[in-house]
Design a protein around this ligand. Structure first.
Ligand SMILES: Nc1nc2c(c(=O)[nH]1)N[C@H]1C(S)=C(S)[C@@H](COP(=O)(O)OP(=O)(O)OC[C@H]3O[C@@H](n4cnc5c(=O)[nH]c(N)nc54)[C@H](O)[C@@H]3O)O[C@H]1N2
Ligand SMILES: Nc1nc2c(c(=O)[nH]1)N[C@H]1C(S)=C(S)[C@@H](COP(=O)(O)OP(=O)(O)OC[C@H]3O[C@@H](n4cnc5c(=O)[nH]c(N)nc54)[C@H](O)[C@@H]3O)O[C@H]1N2
Ligand code: SF4
Ligand SMILES: [Mo]
Length: 774
């Protein structure tokens, strides 16, 4: 049971702050205040690892500036007051239907931020909100992040959630581009203690190479670091692909289609040609190809530095092309597919891209979402289908989306806006109503999304460590009530709206699995837990795996999908609710059966489910039942990539950087996390500093905007490149600590008119800028 606040105690709980999913041990005093946070040594996956953010989770959770009651803004005076839940939902129930009644469903927009990939509410209850809004104007942080990887995976494997991760603990050779896991702790590669895992790779005689325009902490640990010109990774990878073919080093071990088209596409990108564009010498390109092919096992891994770039999707595609050509896709020590324990969406049809397009710029839909880079256009451009009301959930796009200040103007012009958020911040300040979730430690936790991208199969469930207060709603219940309110409905007396959602999903899922009579078997102290129990039982390690939804037939049936996806528009952020379906038959392959909620409750420090196992071809959802090595949508962009070869490189370009003690925009109010090295400065090479006659501060100008920034000269960046962290710019914030360490909004410089063509993803890296003395 969820413990009552009574005595000092130490309890295990998963850290919800980043993709490393570390197990923590949290000590609470009798009043429920956090007195200590340590890494959980008994967790078989994270084995006691913790970072400075996890260690200060208590301070974050009890931040005096966090919102503890719903807030309502008076538009006339632009002032806020605390309100009851009844009043807050009452306003939404009145105003939202007025807007959608007058202008139609498309006049409502939804933006889902990053923490939705970490919260249970984001995974299980955001789908009901999406369904209630019934709008195509659906946006998320995914298109400022990993959408290129999902699009390339969708096109190659038939499912955008079938994302290959490096088999970190077994690989002999890792080529890592545009990632800095020593500070980020890893992404689309769930690996607690990523630094320790990299050191272990080296200790067992392996090698890892980092490609980054900055000499990061990860680059310093690496056996080799290569500077690369921002935005040019696709050229580098094509140079490797071409070399693999030219030297007969290609060893394809999985069923593929399109090998000859890839060979043809790669032909123009000789090591010499790509060297000129990337800054990586031709002989190094050749050597990388030989090393990748020659290593007993090898993996290429490319993350956000390469996603948020103009050729993001082509780059992500080439990563997996190399993994295929070197025989390392789906092989131990190579790039493999995790198998999360909770069954989610059972997809039955191959991924399709661009089923519809955005109204203003005609940008393609991907996974049911439109690019956040066109959100401001959709709000500001008059015409039918214009967005006039927004809901944001756990997002701060004014600081995180390209052309952030333009988005702020757009939000200011809305007729109505609701935000679900812990803080009154740069985005939520434009809302009419803010609905705050309770404390982190009052929320249950299961990583529905991230465990599908883990380097080991693993599961861990944490019950809330503290009960809800009388005046609090769980974030799950906020979603259920919000879904009702935006459609003008009110919870019926005596009906629990959250339980009603759960019953609907449970009944549908059981029916689909032909197990309608098993409702009474589900464990859990509430309907949310019963849903989790059902997802675990039907998942690949589950008690009911052989009987229910994860039978092979589930893949081939009528395309309706399980009720676990009821209401789930197929969004990337809903990766939470979704496992890739393909769990199919895995329970029969000697994995641990019998999993249910009780097993996880009995193992509160987490349960190891073994190393990654080969999953092809069963996982493939492509019509050809092969890996599509040369998707047409990507070959079209290769033509564009080729045309760009001749372009003059801009003299100075901007890239981002993540900081160990930040988390995008929202941890800057925790005193131990700001100051010292965690400041918003522009890294610049001393040669550039001198050449441009700069000192102290400079004005940085791009096509989108200008900022005055503090300069921090460092040899650890390529000449011709400057780097500014994102998530800062808290000058007007109500968060007192953050305001004192305000910094500037890097996304005042990034340009929402630029996107990666196939995925519509934002471009944050390689932005042309000029610098002048301040
Ligand atoms: N401490 C901390 N951890 C975080 C976050 C945080 O804000 N702070 N954010 C979380 C989130 S939301 C995510 S998505 C993950 C991201 O995790 P990572 O993908 O590891 O992200 P970064 O640390 O930003 O590393 C990206 C690297 O790409 C480099 N880069 C920039 N442009 C290029 C380019 O054109 N080519 C190449 N090859 N490299 C380039 C940058 O210099 C940078 O070192 O981190 C998560 N973890
Ligand atoms: N220039 C540049 N821009 C970038 C990036 C970059 O590398 N460079 N990285 C991009 C990436 S990878 C990402 S993921 C995006 C992030 O983009 P966003 O998700 O829009 O931004 P965050 O700063 O993560 O905002 C998270 C919000 O959620 C709130 N929050 C925290 N916990 C909870 C919770 O439990 N429930 C609710 N309801 N709210 C909560 C916080 O208060 C905050 O307002 O930024 C992108 N922007
Ligand atoms: S690495 Fe990530 S998950 Fe682990 S303690 Fe730090 S913030 Fe939490
Ligand atoms: Mo992200």
């Amino acid at each position: 049971m969820t413990p009552a606040t009574n005595a000092p105690r130490t309890l295990p709980r998963t850290c919800p702050l980043c993709e490393a999913v570390c197990g923590l041990e949290i000590t609470l005093d009798a009043q429920g205040h956090v007195t200590a946070v340590r890494g959980d040594k008994a967790d078989p996956f994270s084995r006691g690892f913790i970072c400075p953010k996890g260690a200060t989770l208590g301070q974050l959770d009890e931040d005096p500036d966090r919102l503890t009651a719903p807030m309502i803004r008076d538009r006339a005076t632009d002032t806020w007051r605390a309100a009851s839940w009844a009043e807050a939902f009452g306003i939404i129930r009145e105003r939202m239907p007025q807007v959608t009644g007058a202008y139609g469903n498309q006049s409502a927009g939804l933006y889902l931020g990053n923490p939705n990939a970490h919260t249970l509410a984001g995974a299980l209850y955001v789908p009901i909100l999406i369904r209630a809004l019934a709008t195509r104007n659906l946006f998320s942080a995914s298109t400022a992040d990993q959408m290129p990887k999902q699009v390339s995976s969708g096109l190659m494997f038939g499912d955008p959630l079938t994302v290959a991760v490096p088999d970190l603990d077994r690989t002999d050779y890792l080529l890592m581009l545009g990632a800095n896991p020593l500070e980020s702790n890893g992404s689309l590669c769930t690996a607690p203690d990523f630094p320790g895992r990299l050191k272990a790779l080296q200790q067992r005689g392996g090698k890892f190479v980092v490609v980054d325009p900055r000499r990061t902490r990860t680059a310093k640990l690496a056996d080799e670091h290569l500077f690369v010109r921002p935005g040019s990774d696709a050229y580098l990878l094509f140079g490797i692909v071409r070399t693999l073919f030219a030297e007969g080093l290609d060893t394809v071990r999985v069923p593929v289609r399109g090998l000859e088209q890839v060979r043809t596409a790669a032909a123009p990108f000789t090591p010499e040609v790509v060297a000129a564009r990337t800054g990586v010498p031709a002989e190094t390109v050749v050597r990388l190809a030989r090393e990748l092919a020659g290593a007993a096992t090898a993996a290429v891994y490319a993350r956000i530095g390469t996603c948020t770039a103009e050729f993001g999707t082509v780059t992500q595609w080439l990563v997996d092309v190399i993994n295929v050509l070197t025989g390392n896709l789906d092989a131990p020590g190579g790039a493999m597919f995790a198998n999360g324990a909770a069954l989610g969406i059972v997809r039955t049809r191959a991924f399709r891209l661009g089923r519809w397009n955005s109204r203003v710029r005609g940008l393609p839909e991907a996974m049911g979402e439109l690019p956040v880079a066109t959100l401001a256009d959709e709000i500001l451009t008059p015409g039918d289908g214009r967005i006039r009301a927004m809901v944001t959930v756990a997002g701060n796009p004014v600081l995180s989306a390209p052309s952030g200040p333009r988005l702020a103007d757009a939000f200011a012009s809305l007729e109505f806006m609701v935000s679900v958020d812990r803080y009154l911040n740069e985005t939520t300040r434009y809302a009419d109503v803010i609905l705050p979730p309770p404390r982190i430690l009052q929320s249950p936790h299961y990583d529905f999304a991230l465990l599908n991208f883990a380097v080991r199969n693993y599961a861990r469930y944490s019950r809330p460590l503290l009960p809800l207060g009388a005046d609090q709603l769980s974030e799950s219940e906020i979603m259920a009530r919000l879904a009702l309110a935006i459609t003008g409905q009110e919870a019926q007396p005596g009906v629990d709206p959250l339980a009603a959602v759960d019953e609907f999903v449970i009944a549908g899922t059981l029916h689909k699995a032909g197990m309608a009579d098993r409702r009474g078997d589900l464990l859990g102290e509430n309907s949310t837990e019963q849903r989790i129990d059902l997802m675990l039982r039907l998942g690949p390690y589950g008690e009911w795996a052989a009987e229910g939804g994860s039978r092979p037939q589930a893949r081939r049936d009528d395309g309706v999908g399980t009720a676990a996806e009821v209401g789930a528009a197929e969004t990337a952020t809903e990766i939470g609710a979704a496992d890739t379906a393909a769990e199919v038959g895995v329970a029969g392959e000697g994995t641990r059966g019998g999993l249910n909620l009780q097993v996880l409750l009995d193992n509160p420090h987490g349960l190891d489910l073994g190393p990654l196992r080969p999953r092809l071809p069963g996982l493939l959802l492509t019509a050809s039942a092969r890996v599509e090595l040369a998707p047409e949508a990507l070959l079209a962009d290769v033509a564009r990539l080729h045309e760009r070869l001749g372009d003059d490189a801009p003299a100075m370009v901007l890239v981002g950087r993540r900081q160990l003690r930040s988390n995008n925009s929202w941890l800057h109010n925790v005193p131990p996390l700001v100051g010292g090295s965690n400041r918003c400065t522009l890294h610049i090479h001393p040669d550039d500093l001198n050449r441009l006659g700069l000192d102290g501060h400079a004005v940085v100008k791009s096509a989108a905007g200008a900022l005055t920034v503090e300069l921090e000269p460092t040899e650890d960046i390529m000449p011709g490149v400057v780097s500014l962290p994102h998530g800062w710019g808290h000058g007007d914030s109500e968060q007192t600590v953050a305001r004192a360490h305000a910094g500037v909004n890097a996304n005042a410089l990034t340009d929402d008119s630029l996107v990666d063509a196939p995925s519509g993803n934002a471009v944050f890296n390689g932005v042309p800028v000029t610098l002048t003395p301040a």
